[in-house]
Design a protein around this ligand. Sequence first.
Ligand code: TYD
Ligand code: MG
Length: 402
Amino acid sequence: MVKLSDVQPGSELRWSSGLPEFDRALGGGLVPGGVTLIGGDPGIGKSTLTLQAIAALSSQMTTLYVSGEESPAQVAARGTRLGLDLSGINMLAETSLDAIVEQIGLLSPKVIVIDSIQTMFSESFSSAPGSVVQVRECAAELTRLAKRTGTATILVGHVTKEGAIAGPRVLEHLVDTVIYFEGEPGSNIRIIRALKNRYGASNEIGVFAMLEDGLRGVSNPSALFLARGQEVSPGNAVFAAIEGSRPLLVQVQALVDRTTGNPRRVCTGFDSQRLAMLLAVMNRHLGSQLGGFDVFVNVVGGIRVTEPAADLAIVAAIWSSLTGVAIPSDVVVFGELGLGGEVRPVIGSALRVVEADKLGFSKVIGPPVNRQARERVEDGFLTPIVRIEAAIDAIRQNVRGS
Ligand code: TYD
Ligand code: MG
């Protein structure tokens, strides 16, 4: 037992993965005894990320990389291609949990990667590898071991279609940290997001580009999500987002097209329920009459935007596509919309404004801000608006002025 007053808050040990973007999503690095689940679609980069991390960690401590999917030769080939120093990495190609636990006992590694948890099975349970029971019990056993020995443990889990095979969701409550990969097919941008983190802020993201020689961290991600330098066409708007603690400018696109049947509402990277609400608000308060149109919304770069602060940018993009009026490329928009058409303040306004300035934008349209950002209103950089109609007016004024 300890007196809580004797405990230094925030003094827990962190081990760097050697990848600053991964460390950021983890809340500062791996925690001894902490169990991290890394989920994502097959082929998105889970094995690449964990191998890069384990290679960096191996120079400082004993590690173990367990693969149930690939042979040592295959993993070595990938490691060589990635240009990693493989000399310190202990690799075990094994799917029997009992054999793995025995090896862990002999080696006492500080960090373990299990790639993937769905390939593991324990003799204690009769069900097949990949079944819910096996996946859950193997993960529970490895979690108990991690807590007992202080081993930082990374479990890789494939996101699977509904069916016989258990996906990582069944493990979320069991582990300390849950990180999912986001990214769209055909794009090399990879985002990892901490959906749950006992040791840090949830929703923190790390951004990577998947290159020939592996995952490379992107320290200034805003530039990546903007299709700058192109002709501005109607249907585009730039949104000042906050992901975790990080401001991020992302481009949102809308296409509004006359419908030939039931109007379709299709979203990539945005919630379609929210879109339905925004369309209703546009119909009511802008008189948009979108009932006769299909509406497609896309967030560029494969990132998912879940903040209500995105409302106004989505509306601006839809309005722009509907009217054919292009929003000037140096304008940034953010703000939450209420059902009455009111624009609500959102968290991190000052951060969003600073990021827009840093990236060379010349106008921000958003909700009224607190004192910190007020001087940006006075110098004309920020146009505060409180209604959806005023937001559209402000955009129009910038079109005329440019
Ligand atoms: P991988 O890490 O094996 O994915 P997962 O373990 O999530 O299934 O990544 C596989 C994909 O990444 C594969 O399509 C090839 C690509 N890739 C690169 O583009 N560059 C690289 O350096 C590596 C190792 C993989
Ligand atoms: Mg893999």
